[in-house]
Design a protein around this ligand. Structure first.
Ligand code: SAM
Length: 298
């Protein structure tokens, strides 16, 4: 895709180098937060929310952070020929493992909506042509799956006019833990096709704690076989997880980046509105095990 398109899309998502949520996503997030109760929650509960009060704090603290990390790391892929070749067939399948409230699915969907608008504006996308997106959300926590499904449904229901170029396909939620769910993931793949984008966002640590390092590594290898050869697997991890990221990347043969991104905090808190967060990321082509080297976009 041409540089002008990339520049104007990036300027919309990340004006002057500061990542920002769209009004649409802000309203969905605000509504979700306001429907959840306030309450005392421990540090551990906030990281892995299982109660409505913990989910409220999780969304306030982590939604925008994980959302921008996803967009920052996938921006080059979303504007690549590989991605265009996928969406021009009219379908996109997103697999989110350890999905929590489906933040990466929302980040990808909103970026796709804006991409198609830009492509249509410059005559590179046929008017009226849409892309149907299927979501496969996997989490052991039912509240996370419910919240993710709800936010995605809200996105499509309430803003039909705005996102008419992106159509909601199936939203499949799966509560069985990864990687014990591989046969289910395989079955879904046989029904709907290979996964185009697979994300493991801040999910490897609890998975390793629950299932063991070897099983998760094996699971990562097996998931690759279910992915589209044009697709990508994205791993995101906290900046405190250097050792974990090194171990995983050595075990599966990928490299990783340390990224710093500047973002507008949302919802606003009692601090500066602009903040810089850092994180680790790996983005690779499943079939080629090739790391896509990229520095932070902004
Ligand atoms: C820190 S949260 C990350 C949520 C979301 N991906 C994000 O980026 O905000 C980690 C999630 O992984 C889920 N999880 C833990 N072990 C899992 C497993 N074996 N299979 C699937 N999900 C798991 C937890 O329930 C939790 O919702």
């Amino acid at each position: 895709m041409n540089n002008t398109l990339m520049d104007s899309l990036l300027q919309e998502l990340c004006p002057d180098g500061i990542w920002q949520l769209s009004d649409l996503i802000k309203s969905i997030l605000r509504r979700q937060i306001s429907n959840l109760p306030m309450g005392n929650v421990s540090k551990d509960e906030i990281r892995y929310p299982k109660s409505p009060a913990a989910m409220r704090v999780y969304l306030i603290r982590f939604f925008s952070r994980h959302y921008f990390q996803t967009q920052n790391n996938l921006f080059k892929y979303i504007t690549s020929q590989d991605f265009y070749n996928t969406i021009r067939l009219g379908r996109l399948r997103i697999l989110e493992v350890g999905s929590g409230p489906a933040i990466t699915s929302l980040a990808i969907t909103d970026m796709l909506v804006r991409l198609l608008e830009h492509l249509e504006d410059i005559g590179e996308w046929p008017k009226g042509k849409s892309v149907e997106v299927d979501y496969i959300l996997n989490d052991t926590c039912s509240l996370c799956l419910g919240t993710g499904k709800h936010m995605l449904a809200n996105y499509f229901q309430n803003h039909h006019g705005y996102n008419r170029k992106v159509v909601r396909g199936q939203i499949i939620s799966m509560q069985k833990d990864f990687p014990d769910n591989l046969s289910q993931l395989q079955r879904i793949r046989s029904n709907i096709g290979k996964y185009d984008i697979t994300t493991f966002s801040h999910a490897l640590l609890p998975m390793i704690e629950g299932k063991g390092f070897k099983n998760i590594v094996l699971g990562l290898f097996n998931v690759e076989k279910l992915c589209n050869f044009n697709g990508r697997i994205l791993i995101l991890e906290d900046r405190f997880r250097a050792e974990l990221v090194q171990q995983i990347s050595r075990a599966i043969g990928i490299s990783y980046n340390f990224e710093k991104i500047v973002q507008q905090i949302y919802p606003k808190r009692n601090m500066s509105e602009i903040f810089t967060y850092s994180h680790y990321s790996s983005l690779y082509i499943p079939t080629q095990k090739m790391m896509i080297r990229q520095n932070s976009i902004a």
